[in-house]
Design a protein around this ligand. Sequence first.
Ligand code: S3P
Length: 267
Amino acid sequence: MRRDNIILVGFMGAGKSVCGRLLAHRLGRCFVETDDMIVASEGRSIPEIFREAGEERFRQLEAEALEALKLKSGEIIATGGGLPCREGRMELLRELGTVVWLDGDVRELHARASHIGNRPMLDGRSIGEIDDYLAWLQNSNNSFRPRLCNEFEWERAARGADGREYSHGNVISRGDANYVEAYGKSVATAGPDEIGSHPWSRSPYGIHDMCGNVAEFTQSSLKTEEFVLRGGGYADGPNEIRSSNRQPVSPEFRSLATGLRLCADLK
Ligand code: S3P
């Protein structure tokens, strides 16, 4: 069977749906999206699938959608952004027709997708998911036992012992760190930066990004079983990114502006 489909792939926010629709209209062809196929077969939205059944189930559904695409020919197909990323899937897509990659500036695509919303992959990770990751790490064969840092450890690493307000001193200005002043409030540019992008704000121990960029999960040093965000994120102001600032959060809390720094004990 001739499978002269055109398959659009690309990061979330690259415009696969918009371009796919326009192209289909112009060429007089049918347009189909793998995300729509999944939503239709499951009878629930993608955020619901992630919430109720987890990412792994969603990836399984993508594999089933890919299987169903083998019946198509001459169509314009837009895949979900993460679909081609699993082993062997790009090869399967190539067998369906011509694969076109819609590229763009990652920071901008990321900001666009976050702005549109409804993207579970951009919601960050909850403490429960972090625990799964830690359990996996702990079972891997190394001489350390990684764990969440407690607040005392985190704060000492962030500001040393001299009582400074921020990791690099008492004053913060635009450019020192990734906080609300860094890129203004523009949704097109605000977001997490690659670690080490703001070396000026290194801590006394040379540790990067302990103020701004993403707020970091720690284990509360005041209440057992409580988690606290420290360090503030890219959208926070100069007060929230002080080394002493703390924001208790529930174990279910998820946000794009959170991250994780691990402490470890020797086994
Ligand atoms: C995902 C991208 C989304 C959607 C799902 C997961 C990903 O598609 O399939 O939320 O893993 O990158 P879009 O690229 O259309 O946003």
